[in-house]
Design a protein around this ligand. Structure first.
Ligand code: NAD
Ligand code: UDP
Length: 338
């Protein structure tokens, strides 16, 4: 069975490629390398023994997509491709809307023409906005996004759901990821943010490796157990396995289904700093700073539905996440550019 990973050269896509190859799937990657490096393909091969077929294509380019689909016999698509930086999405919103929405529309058109009926979409817990209660179930209200990036995720969910309503053959799985961290245990692939990281774990690992001076903790006056923000961190390899389960599900069902991919556990920023220091033996200097605009106090999943229907649960714990993030950072201080 052949699976197309759009954005497959990126952080989550590359880990999913390794997982799928390990399960015997053929993997085709389409990526415009806007936020990734072609070197990841060799790294995937180093881990899995197989190099995915690669097309340097922009997913908004229908003609290029059509040519690719006519060469490859695709059975299912995982649509990772997208721009994902919240802050940047506020500065260049039109580019975010165009890239993240045009790519889905083009893909759906070309899939239909080629009779490819299964699509898994990378959505995000960001669609829940500030939740009324935690843990968050899939039935919680969505569409209270606070930035253009979040809106693109929400709008893509609507587009895909409508497409499946109109086409009885189409199977759509919306995966709402919580906070992916960690890396493959080999240290060959991992998250390689360009510039100064926005997310907590890559910021911590860059402080630990000496690239950044100290961590700023954005607020310690939230209504949480220690005042710092609480999130549901999930090991990227668990996330990758969730995609394999979602493919199996999509092949057997029609219509749209939505699943949280999280651990159902919330950790605070201070919990993460402490766990990182314990797991690695490396100190992380920090200071308490102002709250970051747009941040919420608590966000963590209820992942029971994924367990019951997909048969998937996260296996890795916080120590594993910290150890593997650090292993990747230590071995690749400059990401794929090093
Ligand atoms: P990433 O930036 O590492 O990977 C995305 C890939 O898509 C990159 O390789 C980029 O070059 C490619 N891309 C972007 N626009 C493209 C286009 N028009 N055509 C072809 N390729 C294109 O990001 P990631 O962390 O691996 O995230 C994958 C998906 O999961 C994204 O859609 C992201 O929004 C979503 N997501 C990520 C997180 C997270 O915290 N990492 C959380 C929730 C959802
Ligand atoms: N955070 C922080 N310092 C940083 C980056 C993040 O204190 O340099 C906090 C942030 O306020 C939030 C948590 O860490 O409470 C996770 O932030 P991240 O940006 O990784 O994920 P998101 O906010 O998108 O869930």
């Amino acid at each position: 069975m052949k699976i197309l990973l759009t954005g497959g050269a990126g952080y989550i896509g590359s880990h999913t490629a390794v997982e799928l190859i390990g399960l015997g799937y053929d993997v085709v990657i389409v990526d415009n390398l806007r936020n990734s490096s072609e070197k990841v393909l060799d790294r995937i091969e180093m881990i899995s023994g197989k190099k995915p077929v690669f097309y340097k294509i922009d997913c908004c380019d229908r003609t290029a997509l059509e040519q690719m689909f006519s060469k490859e016999n695709i059975d299912a698509v995982i649509h990772f491709a997208g721009l994902k930086a919240v802050g940047e999405s506020c500065s260049i919103p039109i580019e975010y809307y165009r890239n993240n929405i045009d790519s889905t529309l083009a893909l759906l058109d070309v899939m239909k023409k080629n009779n490819v009926n299964n699509i898994i979409f990378s959505s995000s817990a960001t669609v829940y906005g500030a939740p009324d209660t935690v843990p968050i179930k899939e039935t919680a209200p969505v569409g209270r996004c606070t930035n253009p990036y979040g809106w693109t995720k929400y709008m893509n969910e609507v587009i895909l759901t409508d497409a499946a309503k109109a086409d009885p053959e189409l199977s759509v799985v919306l995966l709402r990821y919580f906070n992916p961290v960690g890396a493959h245990k080999s240290g060959f692939i991992g998250e390689s943010p360009s510039g100064i990281p926005n997310n907590l774990m890559p910021y911590i690992t860059q402080v630990a490796v000496g690239k950044l001076k100290q961590l700023s903790i954005f607020g310690n006056d939230y209504n949480t157990h220690d005042g710092t923000g609480v999130r549901d961190y999930i090991h990227v390899v668990d996330l990758a396995k969730g995609h394999a389960s979602a493919i199996e599900y999509a092949m057997k069902h029609k219509g749209t289904e939505v699943f949280n991919l999280g651990t159902s556990v919330g950790y605070s920023v201070l919990d993460i700093v402490k766990a990182f220091e314990e797991a690695t033996g490396v100190k992380v200097p920090y200071r308490i700073a102002e709250r970051r605009p747009g941040d919420i106090a608590e966000c963590y999943s209820d992942a029971q539905k994924s367990k019951e229907i997909l048969g998937w649960t996260a296996q890795y714990n916080l120590v594993d996440m910290c150890r593997d993030s650090w292993n990747w950072q230590r071995k690749n201080p400059n990401g794929y550019e090093g």
